[in-house]
Design a binder for this molecule. Sequence first.
Ligand SMILES: [Zn+2]
Length: 329
Amino acid sequence: MSLDPRVLDAPWQPANGVFESVAIYLGNSLDFYERATWNYMISTIDALIDKDFYYVNFWSQSDIAVESVFLGWDGTLGHADNFDYDITNGLFDVDINTPAVEAFANYYGYNYYDYYLRVAAHEFGHTLGLKHPFNEGIGAFDNSITASQSIMAYGDEDAAFTNFDLAALILVNGIEDDKNSFGNSPIFRFYNSKANGHFFTSNAAEAEYVAINYFDTFTFEGAAMYASATAKAGLTPLYRFYNSTNGGHFYTANAAEKAMVEKNYGGAFIYEGISFYVSLVDNGPQEEVYRFYNTTTNGHFYTADEAERNYVMNNYNGAFLYEGIAYYT
Ligand SMILES: [Zn+2]
């Protein structure tokens, strides 16, 4: 793995899998928006890394317990105390020094809850295995990783987990690879900022590799849809090509189109194999996958999310031309 090791330490690395399921206790000291901040962070991260979070009503049942407290005026905004590796007790007590967070937010002119999110994400990062890039076990005091690169650095630039942090979280915890209720595999989606397009793969190992090693270019967006990773009756292979001109990918479920691309564009488009399997007809309970043509890049954008489809139609209708249902999964 080529990930910069400075941001990493892994006190909670799930070598035996025992920590895959994580009990969260949000204490009564949290106000409505502090609680909503944690709910948002947890559901976001739950969709991306291979841990499954659930909520419990008692501290004694928790792996991570969160409280709003007063810890004094020495500059401490919060801490995550890993006082006990016994899974049957609280593993991490996360205390956020809310009076100090409020004072800092006021002083620097931030909204209190925006600043709270920053502090909470930092402490949540600790509970998921991340350490500061500048202290123990990682060499000398190292400030080369700044707050704009990692929530685990000290500073005011970052608001939440960066791609770099996400790479570290995936390295430590694995990528979320849960199947859906039909037994279909997640189709992982990345935004490729160089090609200005999206990359899809059903291969969890490949997705993990890209998330960890190419986080500068590829932003991991989680499961875009669920589809069969293996051949089944009634399904058609979706073929994947690498576009060597712009670094993007081209997908088609049309065997004739695949043959045409290989014959006529074999220099620019390199065939990479079957990506996953789709249905060209609507057989009932499957998801529709919608396709747009991107007039800027000449690429295609796919989404199974109706809300996202509508958002793109309403906000990008100059650049993205809606082409209808591409296939079903
Ligand atoms: Zn810290």
